[in-house]
Design a protein around this ligand. Structure first.
Ligand code: ZN
Ligand code: ZN
Length: 291
């Protein structure tokens, strides 16, 4: 259990990290959800965003966010399921964001690797989610796989209709998509894929991005990083991606933790920042009078 070792505890005890994208409602976590969230806390992960993949199943995602203090959630339809939820409107999505724990729209976008959903349905869904992000002011969590040209084109067309905040999650695209997304003011988030041996091209992109646009995430239960590759991923392992991002950019892990957390709280503006570094040892009493 490397994460419980003294060495890792020492490494992470001063860090504040965020897992900006995980899927805690997946059956992989059902048997030990509280333990998974507790292990994340144990390595300094201050906030987790559990990401919706189907509006029809949003209640289960929201229930986890309601139950766990540090966990927030999004609402949306993954491109894999775009054809199953063609009638979801931007207004439907926005209505669900009235809940204080719903802090983002998505994940939505284009997946041309699997093509589980017809491409026209994916594009329609993507544009609906963009409209919801624009209307709510909440960040859009974009899933784009092997669809760089169409993703960039749609983002640029839609930004012309009015600005919206967004992050390209689990970035695996090329330098052109990264450059165009950054030009639009959007963020780029890296998973454990960044740690894989054959990810040199991705690391070159990560090295060159502006410091104020980068995020880290796990996409757990998928994509376990580094030495955990092939195992079930979990939010605590976001540290491994942060370590590689730090090495890649030639800065200290503490600096990457600070920068990516700062970026997260700027983008996910509805998520409250930890009151202080001590918050996790001494959770504030919600009913206490303000000092
Ligand atoms: Zn995704
Ligand atoms: Zn995801």
């Amino acid at each position: 259990m490397p994460l419980n070792s003294q060495e890792n505890k020492k490494l992470t005890e001063k860090l504040t990290l965020v897992d900006s994208h995980c899927h805690l409602d997946f059956p992989d976590f059902a048997a030990e959800l509280d333990a998974v969230v507790e292990r994340a806390r144990g390595v300094g992960i201050a906030r987790l965003v559990t990401i919706s993949t189907r509006v029809a199943r949003h209640a289960a995602v929201l229930a986890i966010a309601e139950r766990c203090a540090d966990v927030y959630c999004s609402v949306g339809t993954h491109p894999h399921y775009a054809h199953e939820e063609p009638d979801v409107t931007a207004a439907d999505l926005v209505a669900r964001t009235r809940h204080p724990k719903v802090v983002a729209i998505g994940e939505a976008g284009l997946d041309y690797h699997y093509d589980n959903s017809p491409r026209d349905a994916q594009e329609r869904g993507f544009r609906t989610h963009i409209a919801a992000a624009r209307a709510s002011g909440l960040p859009l969590v974009i899933h784009s796989r092997e669809a760089d040209a169409d993703t960039a084109r749609i983002l640029e067309e839609e930004m012309g209709q009015g600005a919206f905040p967004a992050v390209l999650h689990c970035f695996t695209g090329g330098a052109d998509l990264a450059r165009r997304a950054v030009a639009l003011g959007h963020f780029i988030s890296f998973t454990g894929i960044l740690t894989f041996k054959n990810s040199n091209a991705l690391r070159a992109i990560a090295a060159a991005l502006p410091a104020d646009r980068i995020l880290v995430e796990t996409d757990a239960p998928y994509l376990a990083p580094g030495r955990f590759r092939g195992k079930r991923n979990e939010p605590a392992y976001v540290v491994e991606t942060a370590k590689v991002l730090a090495e890649t950019r030639g800065v200290a892990l503490e600096e990457i933790a600070r920068q990516t957390s700062e970026n997260f709280f700027r983008l996910f503006g509805k998520v409250p920042r930890p009151a202080s570094a001590d918050e996790f040892d001494h959770p504030p009493k919600l009913d206490a009078p303000a000092a």
